[in-house]
Design a protein around this ligand. Structure first.
Ligand SMILES: Cc1cc2nc3c(=O)[nH]c(=O)nc-3n(C[C@H](O)[C@H](O)[C@H](O)COP(=O)(O)OP(=O)(O)OC[C@H]3O[C@@H](n4cnc5c(N)ncnc54)[C@H](O)[C@@H]3O)c2cc1C
Length: 306
């Protein structure tokens, strides 16, 4: 049977393009049969789509604010019912949107897939990445894909665009405002460089934010820092936070607990600074410096400027 797959692409309001996480999730579908996409966006005129997508259903949102997941559920369910597999990169938005469609269409849903072994045989990691679970699922079904587990695909020049009339669900949540990402920093899940801090940074993350601005990096944090209210939970990396896949991860005062490490396993290179030479994070690092981060930060900033 030739399986028909639909991927829900997220729109990045800063880049005005397909979100990096969606690009990476496409890597999971390289060997899938027919792959179509759906995107809700204010404008797609200058966008190019990547393989293996051959057709894009485009719903014009006519607003420059992100849509809540419940606003798209009618439109999404209508399109999704014609597909065997409906998927998206694993984000909070996509998990909520797909869960609603799963209920609407009475189809099963599996989250956090890190590998498609063969059609209907899926792998997802458990226990902070220490165990891989293998699941079988019959079509039709929905799934979210861990973007950090896949590589983005190349652009496809021959994609057919199928616009459809989009109407947001009445009474759905509405965004009241949209401000480009915090202090001009890139979003954590889409960033190529991430500067992360632990609770030892303290309540004022300004030194890390300034360093991140110099490096055009996003700022992340440990759960301990988020629990203490030093940073928003949206900055948390790890088992119960974001799983990230930047080219460079720089961890400052991060101890390296297993629950944090599982969120950075797909980072290209790991640089760490910790004053304790026994800190477990050094076992994960490509480059480690035993030092007080507050002492070396000014030098680091100066060197980066040079
Ligand atoms: C179910 C569950 C889920 C969890 N999920 C997550 C998760 O998603 N993400 C996550 O991060 N954690 C998670 N945790 C928490 C995790 O176990 C750790 O407690 C947490 O990651 C530790 O954060 P930390 O490194 O900031 O703090 P600590 O473990 O207290 O480490 C502080 C580090 O800072 C270093 N340090 C102190 N001062 C300086 C200085 N001046 N310069 C340089 N280094 C310095 C110390 O040597 C130490 O290594 C979870 C825990 C549980 C039980």
């Amino acid at each position: 049977m030739r399986v028909k797959t639909l991927i829900v692409l997220e729109y990045d309001f800063d880049k005005k393009d397909v979100a990096y996480v969606s690009e990476r999730a496409l890597g999971a579908l390289r060997l899938s049969g027919q792959v179509d996409a759906v995107i809700f966006a204010p404008d797609i005129e200058n966008m190019r789509f990547s393989s293996p997508i051959t057709q894009v259903h485009y719903g014009c949102t006519q607003t420059n604010k992100p849509l809540a997941s419940d606003a798209v559920v009618d439109a999404l369910a209508k399109i999704a019912k014609d597909y065997d597999v409906v998927c998206a990169a694993q984000t909070t938005w996509a998990k909520a949107a797909l869960a609603r469609v799963s209920t609407r269409l009475k189809r099963p849903m599996i989250t956090g897939v890190s590998k498609i072994k063969s059609e209907g045989i899926l792998i997802r990691s458990l226990y902070a990445g220490n165990l891989n679970g293998e699941y079988t699922v019959n079509t039709p079904y929905l799934m979210t894909l861990r973007a950090d587990a896949f590589e983005a695909t190349e652009k496809n020049e021959h994609v057919k665009i199928e616009p459809f009339e989009f109407k947001a669900v009445e009474g759905a949540c509405e965004s009241v405002d949209y401000k480009p990402s915090k202090e001009d920093l890139p979003s954590l899940v889409n960033a190529q460089v991430v500067v992360a801090g632990g609770q030892s940074v303290g309540a004022d993350f300004t030194p890390l934010k300034n360093l991140a601005l110099d490096m055009q990096a996003a700022v992340g944090a440990t759960r301990a820092a988020a629990d203490l209210g030093y940073v928003p939970y949206d900055w948390q990396i790890g088992q119960s936070g974001h799983r990230i896949s930047p080219k460079i991860y720089l961890g400052l005062g991060v101890s390296g607990a297993a629950q944090h490490i599982c969120g950075i396993k797909q980072a290209g290179q790991i640089f760490v600074i910790n004053k304790d030479p026994e800190a477990p994070i050094f076992k994960q690092a490509d480059y480690g410096l035993v030092a007080d981060m507050f002492e070396v930060l000014p030098d680091l900033k100066r060197k980066l400027k040079e």
